[in-house]
Write a protein of this length. Structure first.
Length: 180
């Protein structure tokens, strides 16, 4: 049989630079990793950065440090995690599988630390505001009349309770006098 000819490769040897190649550096594109991935957070750091920069009244942009947005994002994520965990603890006693707004509200009210942090905050999706706390300027005429009727009914109920308590005290005093 004959001799086998060695194939010539079209690529030049790796240790010898080629005149034909454009550059000696690799042409791989380096992608930057987002701060969200670097910090290991779930919440978007870039959105928080944007919100922090435009937080000044009038829409003027503020200067924000590099780590500030990551810190605030981590803080928000931790706080959200605590609230969800507390709501899950509220859910354990029931037969439900989904967290509802009632569970979140009950969790916030029962957990002392979260309650202190959210002191004075209203959860508008299910938090019931008493009519006495709503300013009269916002209410319609019917609502104002209903408010007044509720106040009068409550006043009458208090007076009736006082009268009953007074009558019971009088009866107790009479019973004590007859026992002696």
């Amino acid at each position: 049989m004959g001799e086998v000819k060695a194939r010539k490769s079209k690529k030049p040897a790796s240790n010898v630079p080629s005149i034909m190649s454009k550059s000696t550096k690799s042409t791989k594109s380096t992608k930057t990793t987002p701060k969200k991935n670097k910090s290991g957070l779930i919440f978007p750091v870039s959105r928080i950065t944007t919100r922090l920069k435009t937080a000044k009244p009038g829409g003027k942009k503020m200067r924000v440090g590099g780590g500030a947005s990551t810190f605030v994002t981590g803080l928000l994520e931790f706080f959200a995690k605590e609230i969800v965990e507390a709501a899950c603890r509220e859910l354990i006693g029931t037969n439900r599988k989904r967290i509802q707004i009632e569970h979140v509200i009950a969790a916030v009210r029962r957990d002392d630390e979260i309650h202190k942090a959210l002191h004075g905050t209203r959860i508008l999706c299910g938090d019931k505001i008493p009519m006495s706390e709503i300013s009269a300027e916002i209410l319609t005429r019917e609502q104002k009349e209903a408010r007044e009727a509720a106040r009068e009914a409550a006043k009458a109920a208090r007076e009736a309770a006082r009268e009953e308590a007074g009558e019971k005290d009088d009866e107790d005093e009479e019973d004590e006098e007859t026992d002696e």
